[in-house]
Design a protein around this ligand. Sequence first.
Ligand code: AMP
Ligand code: GLY
Length: 419
Amino acid sequence: MKILLVGGGGREHAILKKLAASPERPEIFVLPGNGAMEDLATCVPIGAKDIDGIVNFAKENAIDFAVVAPDDPLVLGAVDALEEIGVRCFGPRANAAIIEGSKVFSKQLMQKYGIPTAQFAVFSDMDEALSYLDTANIPTVVKADGLALGKGVILAYTRDEAKAAVRSMMEDKVFGASGSRVVIEEFLEGPEVSVLSFTDGKTIVPMVSSMDHKRAKDGDEGLNTGGMGTVAPNPYYTPQVAERCMREIFLPTVEAMCREGRPFKGCLYFGLMITKDGPKVIEYNCRFGDPETQVVLPLLESDLLTIMQAVADERLGETEVRFSSGSACCVVLASDGYPQKYQTGFPITVDDGMDAELFVAGAKRVDGRLLTAGGRVLGVTATAPTLREAVDKAYENVQKVHFDNAFCRKDIGKRALNA
Ligand code: AMP
Ligand code: GLY
């Protein structure tokens, strides 16, 4: 079987490793991939947003199955375009990817179907948004409607900050068209849980829960990043919370999307906050999380390719999805200065005796050597029977990976261990 995987980061490296280990022994092409993936797949320099390029490649190479991992191509309709030429796909069509592509859509969906989420108001007129903020509860949260590279959410602790956020999105258009509508919502409090799930539009199977660490510095200080590390499972996601999420959030969301004529097939990601009033949805993503995938998939014992095909063929209900009962910890090594200015081009070396997996995000291969090529360079994932052991093992193995200007958070898993 010939598989095409769209994307090129650490998440895609984790997906690739699982697909390559399938008993079906697929031949895999990654578009565009990165230098660390070349021993498992053919990397083809076609960008993840180049839908025509992706479709032409699939046609010319008689691709049987495609996995579209990042949000942009999903929202742009990569799955629709591939299905049109007869390629089976794992991933939602554009009309379902909108659950991440438009915050206004997802908030209105939750409101219509009674799915618990923060109270909110939507504005397409800046002056109305500003006068609403004169009396709104503070702190509040201002969100750009569309995709904004993960930066379109501003937690405002004063009225002025909230107004400045609205102005930057609606007047200065810092997120382009994504900010032409904004959502202003209630500030929720509580521990956050990420739950990725497989769904074929009818059946939903949650994966093991996880916890992201989004800030750049220890103690959740510093700027927001794409994610500096993850652990799984998330101790705040107790069996009672899980049961409630299934009943109040997961099943109602899948059903709501069907009723709207937008069946969601692929990985549906629930960003949840466990508030004192119960679990609430902070955000939906239409894809695997990064770096959540780097702790979730290493705990998956069933064959990923079998599951992904069952999702595409709407046979998930009859397919086994089994996770190990162990724990995983992923520590991200980044280039010093990330998420702002940083230098790249440094050789990456790995000592013998690594007892952890490497998922490479920002690297390129030059004359056989792997060089850093991004802010987040790679993640080191360890698995172990307990979270304590997984965290310790991840940090032991981080010591064995070297490149100039590397930095990582020293407290990944600390909050989970103290829970
Ligand atoms: P995002 O950029 O969508 O991943 O959101 C960034 C972060 O903003 C989330 O992980 C939450 O920590 C926080 N956040 C989003 N919405 C709310 C809210 N309504 N109340 C409190 N925090 C929020
Ligand atoms: N780790 C958060 C995300 O993938 O959106």
